[in-house]
Design a protein around this ligand. Structure first.
Ligand code: ADP
Ligand code: MG
Length: 143
């Protein structure tokens, strides 16, 4: 079991000025931010990130949404990070998300759902490497 997961504050989160509130919720849930940046995904980068969904009917729209403005990828650390973060954000469709979850509180719909969270330790590693080099992660700053 790994202790890291990748979150992305999606373009709707940035547009709605919710970065601070969502990071606060993440910290309150016990996660430590060990890397964070703001970036505007290219088509190629977003398509690569969501490669597993490329046959899904919503793939084109998803890539369009994820490239519609800047987003904020974050590496989070906590024991049992992947599963606990999925619990903290709630179901993909905010209508089905539990009360108190980030998607329930802030998301407008199944696509514009504020935040991404890795779904397995294996994918967390791949997704972290999609955005961050080793030296960009806190423990490697030499502080
Ligand atoms: P999750 O982000 O909860 O892991 P998925 O991996 O199934 O969900 O989907 C990736 C992202 O694609 C979702 O977070 C959402 O932004 C978008 N998405 C998922 N299902 C749909 C759908 N039926 N229609 C539109 N967008 C969707
Ligand atoms: Mg997913």
């Amino acid at each position: 079991m790994s202790n890291r997961t990748l979150a992305i504050l999606k373009p709707d989160c940035v547009r709605k000025n919710l970065i601070g509130q969502v990071v606060a919720k993440i910290n309150e849930a016990g996660f430590k931010v060990v890397a964070m940046k703001m970036t505007h995904l290219t088509n190629e980068s977003a398509s690569g990130f969501y490669e597993v969904h490329k046959e899904r009917p919503f793939f084109g729209e998803l890539v369009e949404f994820m490239t519609s403005g800047p987003c904020v990828p974050i590496v989070l650390e906590k024991e049992n990070a992947v599963a606990d973060f999925r619990k903290t954000i709630g179901a993909t469709n905010p209508a089905n998300a539990e009360e108190g979850t980030i998607r329930k509180m802030y998301a407008d719909g199944i696509e514009q759902n504020i935040v991404h969270g890795s779904d397995s330790d294996e994918n967390a590693k791949i997704e972290i490497a999609h955005f961050f080099s080793r030296k960009e992660i806190l423990e490697n700053y030499g502080l």
